[in-house]
Every structure is written in C-alpha cells, then in structure tokens.
Design a protein around this ligand. Structure first.
Ligand SMILES: NC(=O)CC[C@H](N)C(=O)O
Length: 373
C-alpha cells in the first residue's frame, strides 16, 4: 500500500506503508543507531515525534518480549528505508510490522531516508505527517503545519506513573534474563522522579546498589524527603522542559538537602531549577554513536542520546560548571554543581540501545550518596 510523508516546509517523500495504516503526525527527527529499534520504539521520550532510522535495514531481528524500555510504544510514526519482514533472531516472537500494527503505529518504508536526514539536518527537525489515505501534497502540508510546535509542550506529565512503585529488577544477562534483586542487598535509598523513565535506568540503579522508589512527576518534594532517601534521581522524558514549572519548583527544594543525579529531561529540569535556561536545538541528537568528553577525567565516551533541547551553560553563571561536552556540536552534555553533590548528563548512560561506556555515572551517583550519608 502507498504511503506519503509530508513535512511542514513542503517537502514530500513517497513510500510504502508498513505497520498500521491511517495518518500520524509529529516532529520528524532522525536516529543514527544501527541497532536497537525496539528500544527506540518504547522510549517514552519520543512521545510526539516520528523517528527516521538512518540505518538502512530495519526489522531483521524482529521483536522480542524483553528489549522494552517502557510498557508501550510512545512515538507516533516510524520511518525506514528498507523494512525486512523475514526476521531472524532466537529471541524474536513477532515481526516489527505486526508489532506496529498491534500498537496502532503508522510506518512508512521505501523512501530515501538519507535525503530526508540531510534535509532535516540542513533545515532543522520539523513537524510532518505520514498518510496512507490522503496523497494530496497541499492538504498534507496544511495538516503538517497545523501541528503544535514541540517547543512549549509539556508532554512529560502525560507519560509519568500515576502512583509510586518499588523497582527491584536488575540488568539483563544471557543466562538469567532480568534478575529480581532482593531489596535487602540494596544499600542506597533513591527516589526516582518519573517524567517518562526508561526501564534500563532503573535496572542500572538497582545494579549499582540502589533501592529505588519511582514517583510521579508531580510528587511533592516534602513527601519525597519524608522517605529519607540517600539521593534523588530525575529521569528522561518527552517534550520541552521549560513549561514544567511546578516540577522545577519541587526540584529546587532538594538542592542542598540531597545528592541529585539527572538524565536528559531530568538534566534539563535540574539546569532550570538551578536558575539556568534551556534552548531548542536545530535537529538535536538521537542515536547511539555520539562522542562526549567527561571534563573531569578528559576521557571520551561514545554515548546514546535522544534530545532536541539543551541546557545553556552561560545562563547558569557560577552555580554549575560543564561536566560533559558533546564533541560533535559542542553542546552542554552535562553539568556539575560547583559546591553541592549535584550533577546531570544530557546523554543516556543506561544506553538501551547503545554502548556501555557511560555506565560509570551510576557508580558516581552511589559514591556521592555514600559520601553524603
Ligand atoms: N530523552 C529525553 O529525556 C529528552 C529530553 C527532551 N524531551 C528533549 O528532547 O531534549
């Protein structure tokens, strides 16, 4: 079946449908990861976006019941060059096409994803529409232009948990799968704010020795402090961090009281809570092959990333300094409070998908909690 992708600036790409049919809208971004499409599909930070994979063959490893990063698919559309229906993987239980159909996610394949990526790189990420029912360019572009911009959108509140829960699952291994870890062996009590948290962050925290209670985005700081945690974790999540003013106010109440570690949206929210500003990037960073320097050790790590906004370092004055730097676009990849045990990173040390170079950041959080007990 025919499918068309139209961008708000008028560019049209013709392809074929896969996954669900119908219409889907969202901000079109590109992801440069060569593996891990299942983790991309289930990453809550993609809510409101349609993802183009730059790797050309997608679907080869099918879908399995384990490589999920949340309970559902959050992106609104999936764009690939060549979809492969005959998957081959010992863990696969279904095809990507069937998975997208089952979850109502509209996909398009067979278009020139290299041309699309170059277009987004040169002109910026922008809204778009995939349709298998309307092929009129004018009508499609009109629909794409009517979608609200990602800047200013609070999407995190909508994907957070309704009520607190306890997490005890550790990291996957070939022999045992995901282990359930006895809370008695977890020394550090962590309250993790869920703005759209990825499971592998929770698993990495457990592996580092944390007894994790996940709480909703709007959970009052007073209640979190009453739990007497050793540290506060701020998660990744979709949308613009700026409109989340109430969340920033709650985060401010932890400053000077508890060690804090933030990832991605959590990092941006921390920057705002410290009095800084965030900016929207031209096309952001989405992939699992992005070089970053840890300014403390000057070591370079290859990281997983998925963001369209970034913290503006200058706006933080002398409250915080540059903890990590993105070596591709020199954007702020992490900040460190000048005097308090508070730090955060823009990239994803939990990977999923991606290399494990940055796993040490969870151990660093544990070290900070140990020192400040
Ligand atoms: N992965 C994330 O947490 C993304 C943060 C934010 N939504 C951004 O696009 O910059």
């Amino acid at each position: 079946m025919k499918a068309v992708l139209a961008l708000a600036d008028g560019r049209i790409f013709k392809g074929r449908s896969f996954g669900a049919s119908g219409e889907a809208t969202g901000e079109v971004v590109f992801n440069t990861a060569m593996t891990g499409y299942q983790e991309v599909l289930t990453d809550p930070s993609y809510k409101g976006q349609m993802v183009t994979m730059t790797y050309t063959q997608i679907g080869n490893t099918g879908i399995n019941g384990e490589d999920i990063e949340s309970k559902q698919l959050y992106l609104s559309g999936f764009i690939v060059k060549e979809y492969h229906d005959c998957h081959s993987n010992w863990r696969a239980t279904m095809s990507l096409d069937a998975y997208l159909k089952e979850n109502g996610i509209v996909g398009i394949q067979g278009l020139d994803t290299r041309a699309l990526t170059r277009h987004l790189r040169d002109n910026g990420a922008q809204n778009g529409i995939i349709s298998t029912v309307d092929f009129d360019p004018e009508s499609l572009v009109k629909k794409a232009r009517a979608i609200p911009s990602m800047a200013g959108l609070d999407l995190a509140s909508g994907v957070s948990t309704d009520k607190p829960y306890h997490w005890t699952q550790g990291l996957w291994d070939l022999e045992g799968g995901y282990p359930e870890v006895d809370a008695k062996n977890l020394k550090y009590k962590v309250v993790a704010y869920d703005f759209g948290i990825k499971y592998n962050i929770l698993r990495c925290l457990v592996d580092a020795g944390c007894d994790v209670t996940v709480v909703p985005a709007t959970f009052p700081a007073e209640e979190a402090l009453a739990m007497n945690p050793d540290g506060i974790f701020l998660s990744n999540g979709p949308g613009d961090p700026e409109p989340l003013v109430k969340v920033q106010e709650e985060i401010r109440k932890f400053i000077g009281k508890k060690p804090i570690f933030g990832i991605c949206l959590g990092h941006q929210l921390l920057g705002l809570a410290l009095g800084g500003k965030t900016i929207k990037l031209k096309f952001g960073n989405h992939g699992s092959n992005l070089p970053v320097m840890d300014m403390e050790t000057r070591k370079v790590e290859i990281t997983a990333q998925n963001h369209g906004f970034a913290v503006d370092l200058e706006s933080l004055g002398d409250v915080a300094c540059l903890g990590h730097e993105n070596l591709n676009d020199q954007t702020v990849e992490g900040i460190r409070h000048c005097t308090l045990p508070i730090y955060s990173v823009q990239h994803h040390p939990e990977a999923s998908p991606g290399p494990h170079d940055s796993h040490y950041l969870f151990a660093r959080f544990v070290e900070l909690m140990e020192k400040n007990r």
